[in-house]
Design a protein around this ligand. Structure first.
Ligand code: PAP
Length: 333
């Protein structure tokens, strides 16, 4: 049983949509199934574990999403720095539109700046009222996305899987419905290592974007949470150039980069009234407490939870999976 409510019957249905619903039903009956972290079950679809709503949305996106050449997508495995990058990208792109003392982010927070495509439902909004470049977020692997999206421009952010695991376990434990038994850290660890969690396996997810970034570096800017933490100014300059709005000498002189970094810092975002209370709506069916997106915001919090043995096991998997790819995530701390 899913923890998401089903779609209201009143929603308009067309023949294509009915087809997708039938396909979705068939997939849920036939795909490999495993224990979920938030949902009772996840389904393995083309190599990745998805909850039923995300699986359905994926089918919908393939049929209905209309991309635009100026669209910019922010992709990430859950809990890798999405919220932070939303704030950084939005404020970098819109640095001429708002003052840093009275900013859109102060009133609304970062989530709404990027609709999360993975949880949209039928009918998918056409987003045509958004002024270009439109910004969208996704947690789906690159290979799962429809070609109209995967051929677009992406910023991808990844993070040490040990910190991702702890962050995700804490987050999902809060969202887990009360009719499911709590997910212990040992269980979550085992599932994570087996590659079973929402949008996982982690390593294949990261590699899907890493490989695409090697093929088309002009299309995919590949970032690491740890690098953003250590050199946020460098990352802001990279983002500005990648999004087609490089920093000018005048802006550099005025300290605009520092203002962006300050506005988007963990402390500053977490302490905003708008991020302390209320819920954030993703699509029509998913609601999450805003404060749950700001926990510790540190590198290496895993040390407070994982044993040496657990660390060795995850690092071993990471090294094995990434061997020969040119990518390393174990040397970042
Ligand atoms: P999502 O996948 O649900 O969108 P995402 O924003 O990717 O979540 O990740 C949340 C993590 O980023 C949290 O990490 P933690 O659990 O280890 O603390 C959150 O605290 C952290 N985070 C959020 N905003 C910032 C920020 N401005 N700077 C640094 N880390 C941040």
């Amino acid at each position: 049983m899913s923890s998401f409510p089903s779609l209201p019957e009143s929603e308009q249905e067309d023949a294509e949509y009915k087809n997708i619903c039938n396909n979705h039903k068939h997939l849920l009956e036939t795909l490999p199934k495993a224990n979920g972290w938030r949902n009772r079950h996840l389904y393995n679809y083309n190599g990745f574990w998805l909850n039923p709503l995300v699986l359905k949305t994926n089918l919908l996106l393939h049929t209905y999403f209309k991309s635009h050449p100026t669209d910019i997508f922010l992709a990430s495995f859950m809990k890798s720095g999405t919220t932070w990058l939303k704030a950084l990208m939005f404020s970098t792109l819109n640095r001429h539109r708002y003052t840093f003392s009275d900013h859109y982010l102060h009133k609304h927070g970062p989530q709404s700046t990027f609709p999360l495509l993975d949880v949209e439902t039928y009918p998918i909004p056409d987003f045509t009222t958004f002024s270009p470049p439109r910004l969208f977020a996704t947690h789906s692997a690159h290979t799962l996305l429809p070609p109209s999206i995967s051929s677009g421009k992406f910023v991808y952010v990844c993070r040490d899987p040990k910190d991702v695991l702890i962050s995700k376990w804490m987050f999902m434990s809060k969202l887990r419905p009360k009719d499911l038994p709590p997910l212990s850290l040992d269980e979550a660890f085992e599932l994570f290592c087996l590659g079973v969690s929402e949008f996982a396996p982690f390593w294949e997810h990261v590699l899907s974007y890493w490989r695409a970034s090697l093929e088309s570096p002009e299309k995919i800017l590949f970032l690491k949470y740890e690098e953003v933490k250590k050199q946020p100014e460098v990352v802001v300059r990279k983002l500005a150039a990648f999004m087609g709005k490089p920093l000018t000498a005048e802006e550099e002189e005025k300290g605009v980069v520092g203002e962006i970094v300050k506005l988007c810092s963990f402390e500053s975002l977490r302490n905003l009234e708008v991020n302390k209370k209320g819920v954030e709506k993703f699509g029509k069916l998913v609601e999450i407490e805003k404060r749950d997106f700001f926990r510790k915001g540190e590198i290496g919090d895993w040390k407070n939870y994982l044993s040496d043995e657990m660390k060795e096991r995850i690092d071993g998997i990471t090294n094995d999976k990434f061997r020969g790819s040119g990518l390393s995530l174990t040397a970042t701390i």
